[in-house]
Structures are given as structure tokens and as C-alpha cells.
Ligand binder design. Structure first.
Ligand code: UGA
Length: 437
């Protein structure tokens, strides 16, 4: 099929390249010429494992191109919208500017029988609002809402082999046309057994908000348990193992630590609360305020732990932070808990050096005042405290004995609970982690 993808960020770039790999003819559009130049040259504009290989494989087939020119969408049968919906400044609600702009420019260019597919995370009600306008502008064209569930760091696999498809479509023949078209787009995954659900617009939009809210709640739940464990002298990691053995609960997303960040979970739970308020259902989601508060408290708690291992004062202390990305295998620092803690420590008077395998350039754009050191060994030299804030594999594998030779004082705050406390203490470290004795 001939497919356009508007918006080539973390979601759209991977979606465009994946659709080409599946055999479709794809044009990816973005207003940012730097992104388009990189993608055209086969370079991923951000760090995502497997994306460079996927890009060059798909480019080589001649089925994938990128452009800043929106008129390239003309003639495509399916138009995916993958633009961002960031949090509005000073508000909880989502900023729909880019979604509105993308649909408006598609409305000017699409024809009857073509399908416009929203993948961006939007407040419930957006799809039907767009559909009403489309019906007036281009009768015979159809909107579908097909939320995306990919995780950064696993984006390629999550796009090519997702665990489910959700199609939000209108009633009647138009809905049937949209569902059939999406089935054709995703034929390969459907043939290999991926489940698919066809719903109305509102349900499809809510599936995405609900899924991210559930994940955020699960993380904050275990972090709340970590607080109780700390007060009671219990071990949250063992607690998570034990409750996770109950299949109804499950072990995934029960890692206590510094909490969630990134471009999705924090802003999505806030936008969801804001939208529920507009709909008069705000009471239903007040618990998400608590989920958000527990999560933010983690950051202050880790700053406090750093102060404690530094002997009560951060002023002038040389602290090395391992990891600034919001999670491993990503260079994304949007609302990164790790970068937030590093910046707080610096503002509280510590002398902070940060290192990260991929996220330093993005981090430096946000907080230029921190010292950035790409070489981990250099970064650790003479440290008086080390904080593990993003659990990249190379940090998880650190050996306490080898590390002891590089630092000047053996203080470790393991904010992701990845090390074995007994081993680090045996090597002479003052070791602190989250919710563990
Ligand atoms: C999240 C969802 O997991 C995806 O399903 C969704 O498609 C995506 O948002 C989106 O809306 O686009 P992502 O933001 O890539 O994906 O990251 P996650 O893997 O969900 O991690 C989010 C944060 O939670 C990270 O900061 C991570 O460190 C933290 N986390 C995760 C924990 O603190 N504990 C855990 O047990 C798991």
C-alpha cells in the first residue's frame, strides 16, 4: 500500500521504517529539516536499538523516503499521524497543536476513500471531533484511531510484532473500510496471530490513556510499598518477587526505585486527569494525582539519600551520576528522573559529574551547568559518592571491588535496586538502595 506518516519523532520514524519493511511504499513527513536530512541519509535522529539497521534495510528497497514537503502525501491510501502531544505549559492538559496542524494539512490533500489514522496519544473525543470536520471537508475519506503501545528502547520489535492492535473506527461501511484497510497494512503481524480489537473512537483513545495510567499506577504502587518497607525494615524487592508470583498481579513493572519519567507516562496521566475533569468525571481519576505525587517523591528521596551518604551536606561534594536517560537503551531525557536528581544535587551545592552511554548531548541541552563526561572511568575518578540513576547494562555489571579503586570515597546510592547489597557492603561500600534494609 502507499502510506504517508506525518511526524517522524520516536514514534513516526520507527513506524515509517517498519511499514516499509512490511512491503509498503512509505513517505515520512516532518517539519524539522534536520530530522528529515538524517533519516534520508539513513541515520536515526535519536538512539533506538535496531533503528539504524531497519532504516538502511528499508531505504535499500527504495520503498522508503522522507520529506519536509506535505504535498508528498498526495496519492497515498493510508495516512498515519504520529506527531507529539506534549503537556501544555502551566497546565495538565495535552497540547494538541501538532495534532490539529497535521490533520488540517491532511484535510487539504486527501481524497475520498483514503484513510487517516491517528496514532498520537490524545484526549478522548479528539477522533470524533476530527471526523466531523473531515466529513465536511472531504466526504468519503475516513478517520481511524489506532493507538501505539511501543516502548522506547524496544520500538522496532514493538512496531513489527506488537502484542495487540486496537482500531477505533466509525460505525457502518466507513468503519468497515477503515478496519479492512488497517488489516491490509498490518497483514504480516495479523497472520502471525497478533490480536486485534475493533472499537469505537472513544474506546480506542481511552485504551491508550488507561494502559499508560495502569503502568504508572503499578510503578507508584511498588514505590509506595518501598516507602512502607523502609519504615518497617522490610525488603521491597523480595516483596515484589512474592506478590509478582500471583499471575493476577505479575512481576513486570514492579521495580521500585527512582520512578517513571519520559515523554509518555507523566504527561499522559496528567492529560487524562485534565480530560476527565472536562467530562465531569474528575473524581474517577483523583487517584492518579497520588500516583504522580508518589512518583515525584522518589526524586526528593534519592536526593535525600545522596545527602545522607555524603554525611549530611551536599555542598562541595563530588558526586558522579551514572545515567541521565529516563530509562536504559534510550537517549531520551524528557522528564527524566535521573537528570532531575542530578540537577537538584548541583543546585544544592554538590559538584556533579554525569555520564551516560547515549543521553549526554540531550542532557546538556537541558542542564548545561552539569559536568558531562562520556567516559565512565573518567567520570568516576575521585568521586565521593556514586549514584546509579539509570540502569544501563554496563552499570548493572559494575564490580564493587574494581570501582573502589577509582573513587575517593565508597558511597553508593543504587536508585534502581540493581546491585546485591551484601556484595557491595562486603567490598567496603556504604550502600543505599530504595525500600531495602
Ligand atoms: C510507555 C509505555 O510502556 C508504552 O506502552 C507506551 O506506548 C509509551 O509509554 C507511549 O505512550 O508512547 P516508555 O515511555 O517508552 O513506554 O517507557 P516505559 O518502559 O513504560 O518506562 C517508563 C518509565 O518507568 C521509565 O522511566 C522507567 O525507568 C520506569 N519504570 C518502569 C520503573 O520505574 N519501574 C518499572 O518497574 C518499570
Amino acid at each position: 500500500m502507499r502510506i504517508s506518516v506525518t511526524g517522524c519523532g520516536y514514534l513516526g520514524a520507527v513506524h515509517a521504517a517498519s511499514m516499509a519493511k512490511l512491503g509498503h511504499d512509505v513517505v515520512g513527513i516532518d517539519v524539522n529539516p534536520r530530522i528529515i536530512d538524517n533519516l534520508t541519509a539513513g541515520r536515526a535522529p535519536f538512539y533506538e536499538p535496531g533503528l539504524p539497521e531497519l532504516l538502511s534495510e528499508s531505504q535499500a528497497t527504495g520503498r522508503l523516503k522522507f520529506s519536509t514537503d506535505m504535498s508528498e502525501v498526495v496519492g497515498c491510501q493510508v495516512h498515519f499521524v504520529c506527531v507529539g502531544t506534549p503537556q501544555r505549559r502551566g497546565e495538565n492538559a495535552a497540547d494538541l497543536r501538532y495534532v490539529n496542524e497535521a490533520f488540517q494539512s491532511l484535510f487539504d490533500r486527501v481524497g475520498p476513500g483514503e484513510i487517516l489514522v491517528g496514532k498520537s496519544t490524545v484526549p478522548v473525543g479528539t477522533a470524533s471531533r476530527m471526523a466531523e470536520e473531515l466529513a465536511l471537508r472531504v466526504p468519503g475519506a475516513v478517520i481511524a484511531w489506532n493507538p501505539e503501545f511501543l516502548r522506547e528502547g524496544h520500538a522496532v520489535a514493538d512496531t513489527l510484532t506488537p502484542d495487540r492492535f486496537v482500531y477505533g473506527v466509525p460505525a457502518g461501511d466507513a468503519g468497515q473500510l477503515a478496519a479492512n484497510t488497517l488489516d491490509e497494512v498490518y497483514a504480516a503481524a495479523l497472520e502471525s496471530g497478533t490480536r486485534r480489537l475493533v472499537t469505537d473512537y472513544a474506546t480506542a483513545e481511552l485504551v491508550k490513556s488507561a494502559a499508560n495510567s495502569f503502568l504508572a499506577t503499578k510503578i507508584s504502587f511498588i514505590n509506595a510499598m518501598a516507602e512502607v518497607c523502609e519504615a518497617a525494615g522490610a525488603d521491597v524487592t523480595e516483596l515484589a518477587e512474592a506478590i509478582g508470583m500471583d499471575e493476577r498481579i505479575g512481576r513486570k513493572f514492579l521495580n521500585a526505585g527512582l520512578g517513571f519519567g519520559g515523554g509518555c507516562l507523566p504527561k499522559d496521566i496528567r492529560a487524562f486527569m485534565a480530560r476527565a475533569g472536562e467530562l465531569g468525571a474528575d473524581q474517577a481519576l483523583t487517584f492518579l494525582r497520588e500516583v504522580d505525587a508518589i512518583n515525584m517523591r522518589r526524586r526528593s528521596r534519592v536526593v535525600e539519600m545522596a545527602r545522607e551518604v555524603c554525611g549530611g551536606s551536599l555542598i562541595g561534594r563530588r558526586i558522579t551520576v551514572l545515567g541521565t536517560a529516563f530509562k536504559p537503551d534510550s537517549d531520551d531525557v524528557r522528564d527524566s528522573p535521573a537528570l532531575n536528581v542530578a540537577a537538584q544535587l548541583q543546585l544544592l551545592g554538590a559538584d556533579v559529574t554525569v555520564t551516560d552511554p547515549q543521553a549526554l548531548p540531550n542532557s546538556a541541552l537541558r542542564f548545561p551547568e552539569l559536568a558531562y563526561e562520556p567516559d565512565m572511568d573518567e567520570a568516576l575518578k575521585n568521586a565521593q559518592a556514586v549514584l546509579l540513576l539509570t540502569e544501563w547494562r554496563q552499570y548493572r555489571e559494575l564490580d564493587p571491588y574494581a570501582l573502589a579503586a577509582r573513587v575517593s570515597e565508597k558511597n553508593m546510592v543504587d536508585a534502581r535496586n540493581v546491585f546485591d547489597p551484601a556484595k557491595w557492603r562486603a567490598a567496603g561500600w556504604t550502600y543505599r538502595s530504595v525500600g531495602r534494609p
